[in-house]
Design a protein around this ligand. Structure first.
Ligand SMILES: [Zn+2]
Length: 88
């Protein structure tokens, strides 16, 4: 039995379903822990969770009109489970 597990970015939680979404080291090798937006040229885009949460709350669809504060708390909890934020 083969299970195809889609990895998710350990910083923002985005599914890394396609190779073009996966970040690369400065030497061009794939780093499949992160997406190309969170990690580029050997540097992480987000040092703190705040700006990333701002981005997610601002860009994720919100069809049920859930208050931003509530969504922010929810995404905050999701991010806390990812490796990148565990030690922060
Ligand atoms: Zn990411």
């Amino acid at each position: 039995m083969s299970t195809q597990e889609v990895k998710i970015c350990q910083c923002c939680g985005m599914p890394l379903s396609e190779e073009e979404l996966i970040s690369r080291e400065p030497d061009g090798t794939l780093n499949d822990e992160y997406c190309k937006w969170c990690y580029a040229d050997g540097k992480f885009t987000y040092e703190e969770k705040g700006p990333l949460l701002d981005f997610i709350v601002g860009h994720m669809p919100n069809p049920d009109n859930i208050p931003d504060e509530e969504r922010r708390a929810y995404f905050d909890e999701c991010l806390s489970k990812l490796n990148y934020w565990k030690g922060k």
